[in-house]
Design a protein. Structure first.
Length: 191
């Protein structure tokens, strides 16, 4: 099998059920989902599995689910059976709650960074936000699996929570943005 087909040389690409221009918003959305998958792989690669036996497998699961998101986003068929369901989003919410409870309370915005793994997870968070913006644009004009939109929204929160946990467990303090007002009130998470 050749890796190149030459079929995209004229700026077109195949989707499930048809063909689209390579700069079509649907292609942008699932292409950015693919980019997020690669960023997630990089974050997993710099994460010490011995120190984070929970986060490593979660990132692998997320990679599979991101592939499912891309598949759902690439389909324009009327009778598509979606791969991403509510259970994937619910799982992320459970993990976010666990990490939020474990981490020290936030009062102000924080800067991305700390450890290399935390910085990579923050990169994932920002790419997830861009993916979500593109999916939102797509959803305004075409039919999509709405659960993909919810999943990606929750995924950016997961990456934020995981980035904080990596720093916390390594005893590296999050750096508060020095001009931030108090934006998170008491009760947001534990002291």
């Amino acid at each position: 099998m050749r890796l190149y087909t030459r079929s995209g040389d004229q700026g077109k690409t195949r989707v499930i059920g048809g063909t689209r221009d390579k700069d079509d918003i649907r292609i942008e959305a699932y292409g950015t989902c693919d980019e997020l998958n690669a960023c997630t792989a990089k974050a997993a690669a710099v994460l010490d599995d011995d120190l984070f036996p929970d986060i490593g497998p979660e990132l692998m699961q997320i990679q599979h689910e991101l592939f499912d998101c891309g598949s759902d986003l690439s389909s324009i068929k009327e009778d598509t059976v979606w791969k991403i369901g509510r259970q994937s989003t619910t799982y992320l919410e459970q993990r976010i709650d666990i990490y939020t409870e474990e981490a020290p309370a936030l009062q102000r915005f924080i800067l991305p960074g700390g450890t290399a793994a935390s910085a990579e997870l923050h990169i994932c968070r920002t790419v997830a936000r861009r993916t979500e913006r593109q999916i939102t644009t797509l959803a305004k004009i075409e039919n999509i699996n709405k659960e993909v939109q919810r999943y990606i929204n929750r995924l950016s929160d997961y990456f934020f929570a995981a980035a904080r946990i990596v720093n916390y467990r390594l005893e590296i303090a999050d750096v508060e943005y020095n001009r931030s007002a108090v934006v998170f009130r008491e009760g947001h998470n534990k002291e």
